[in-house]
Design a protein around this ligand. Structure first.
Ligand code: 5GP
Length: 115
């Protein structure tokens, strides 16, 4: 299968604003932000299309994605945020390489999603 946009970003074939990286994940600023802080936390492994696949195959990597989201939200937004994993095209997923959206700042009370 062709490399996803995120794999191309991880491999530095496409530029992006990288806010964090370690051996297992990369975190970037979303190119089309839906909130004042909109980051994406992406496992480097290209094997998982969505969060359920990731959870079933590598729970510790999912836990690391969540811990990374928490620490980035503390750094960028005072530690309060929404964590969204779109799953399926009808739910708005456009890139089938699992990623967490970290949204913070200016979110309306009571809405399900920030966008
Ligand atoms: P999805 O819709 O799959 O849940 O999320 C994909 C996200 O990736 C979207 O919010 C979209 O704005 C973002 N995105 C798509 N292409 C790029 C890109 O080339 N660079 C960055 N930084 N974000 C991207």
């Amino acid at each position: 299968m062709a490399d996803s946009i995120f794999t191309k970003i991880i491999n530095r074939e496409i530029p992006s604003e990288i806010v964090f990286e370690d051996e297992r994940v990369i975190a970037i600023r979303d190119i089309n932000p839906q909130a004042p802080v909109h980051l994406l936390v992406v496992p480097k492994a290209p094997d998982y299309q969505n969060v359920a696949e990731l959870a079933a195959a590598d729970a510790s990597l999912l836990a690391h994605v969540v811990a990374t989201a928490q620490s980035l939200a503390e750094e960028h937004a005072g530690g309060q945020y929404r964590l969204i994993f779109n799953t399926g095209a009808e739910a708005g997923q456009t890139i089938f390489h699992v990623h967490a959206h970290v949204l913070a700042g200016g979110l309306e009370e009571g809405t399900l999603a920030g966008n």
